[in-house]
Ligand binder design. Sequence first.
Ligand code: SF4
Length: 731
Amino acid sequence: MAFSRRNFLKYAAMSAGGAAIADTPFFSARARAEAEGGDVKYVPTSCEMCFWKCGAIAKVKDGKVVKLEGNPLHPQSLGKLCARGQAGIGQLYDPDRLKKPMIRTGERGDGKYKEVSWEEALSYTAEKLKEVMAKHGPESVAMMSHGSPGDYFTHLLKALGTGNIAFPSFAQCKGIRDAGWEITFGHKPATSCERVDMRNSRVIVLFGTHLGENMHNSQNQEFAEAVGNGCKIICVDPRYSTAASKSFLWLPIKPGTDTALLLTWINLIISRELYDKAYVEQYTVGFDKLKEAVAQYTPEWCAKETDLPEADIIAAAEELGRYAPNVVVHPGRHLAWYGNDAQRVRAMAIINAILGTWGRKGGMWLPPKGKFPSFSDGAPKYPDPAKAPLIKGDYPFAGGEGLTQVVREAAISGTPYPIKALVIAGTDLLKALPAPELTRKAINNLDFMVAIDIMPAETVMMADVILPECTYLERHDGLFKVESREAGVGIRQPAVEPMYDTKPAWWIASELCKKMGKPEFAVKDSWEARMKRQAEAWGVNYAELADKGYVSLPNSAAPYITPDNQPEFPTDSEKIELFSAALEEHNFDPIPKYEPTEQPGEGMYRLVYGRSPVHTFSRTVNSPFLWELQKENELWLNKKEADRLGVKNGQRIRLENQDKVVSSPMRVKATERIRHDCVYMVHGFGHNSPRLSKAHGSGADDQELITQYKVDPITGGTGMRVNFVKILKEA
Ligand code: SF4
């Protein structure tokens, strides 16, 4: 139902807070259901079709979820859901879901399982974990996870005495970005969402960030607003993406040379005095050293290195300077590209710093004021791990989210100590980590693997035990901290009872705590009871939160710098570090330097991958509605290259990479919208699991072609755009 003025007034009048009718969004689940009458209820919850956690409202009629829509109160949905969010019903009612606990009976990976009771599955899991721990120590148990279940199994593993917990979202995605910004500003550029004040920006620069295809709800709504407001978009991308189609300037850069462009812009902005002098003086350290270091990066040199017109390089820097500080070089999200990525991210952060964008309108908003009190619900302190976790490897700026490839390596080599059991929750590792053959090898070396998931993806179907989780529409989770321009709290609560014999992840982890002899770490009663205690500890009215789906913390919004609202930079110098003493201490360049990246050889193209607006990585390809919208991916190939190779638009081809790995067939999209030296495909297709009846065999898998990766020496992030492919015309 749309929030018409008439309905708005009707609900508002019926609610307890109805006296405060104003032009602010309004939502009350109770009032709305009462207004509609009949056997209808509305359940505010948080979407989990991706990690953005938009506020969603489930309409339930006759015991079935019939519609999902965006919560107007929630800052990450702003009253709307993306296509994936609306298709959450498809996931709920997908007949391919995991329906019962299963124990493997055949060879690993051959798909043979027996269905068992929860009691048998959990007892067997606990017995196997105990065996591994007794033989190899608790540290030999590791976890890799994505999304909400990770929190519960992190708790379990820490209770067992292991810190080997790693999330692909760090090394394979945003860890490099977070580390680069933390080194510079002392802050990550995002918590639940990026702190980019796009709706007020005059110029937005996007480096490979394909907003519109990379569909993060509120961010895309703000981007559309910015475009509508006449904001100038500068899009640096070898591909004419959806965002590029809205741009004032498209810079089709030679892949691998972005740092050359960034350092040249820094030089231009400084040498032409386009930077914010007062801001630099007040809030930064190392400006003179930066100025000296970047003087070598001239526009003439940059034009040759990046294959961009010199005039465009200069024009972009001038636009940034003209409208500063109401501009932003967007920090992006997936930045694990070439193996020297932290320094590229540093260069992005430094441009924002000298243009004075942090804490300025149209730039980056400041973190909201106030902290949520910590809440442990009386759980005891975790035991100290018997052996130091491996998860940071030899990378001094690797974050606490851990390096998946380091855990994988220990499972293969057994050094510095072996990983022999793995818990995977909500992640298809074969689609998330580079070099999937190494992932298979690591899994085959394990004594035991347990998977907690909703769908029978390929990695899940290699587990010894599969524990079926219910979907987000069938469970309590959270409460969720939401940090946008203000701090707030979101909630996840069930719209319907769990279907089949599935359970919430909190329950599975809690039962395993008990079976592993750690009942003191188990949930005391129910998760909802715990959520109520947490709300109380945070000073939030639970009943109001459950009715509205989101509440903001009063007086927490302070997005811009004012005389009374000064930014804090928790770096060593307590300023923005243009020159990083911390990097220098670890023998890294304290100011970014340009390092050329290997380019494709004769007949080869760099493999570039990205996102679809209707799919979340590989997780939603089987979702009935979303599969209808996009059933397979296609290969973007430059039209002239296609003509030269004699490949027609729509023709099926295969790709072969530098290590002779050959992809499944996929159709060619011959287009002027991509450079001649790279090809592009959407990530997440080409599923091998026959239990995914729709996704199985649809499209091609980019991950199988990513056999090589280059590790960023600062953070341990795995640069994955270092693979080259040729076209095989015989499909
Ligand atoms: Fe759901 Fe879309 Fe929001 Fe992600 S961006 S949480 S899929 S509505």
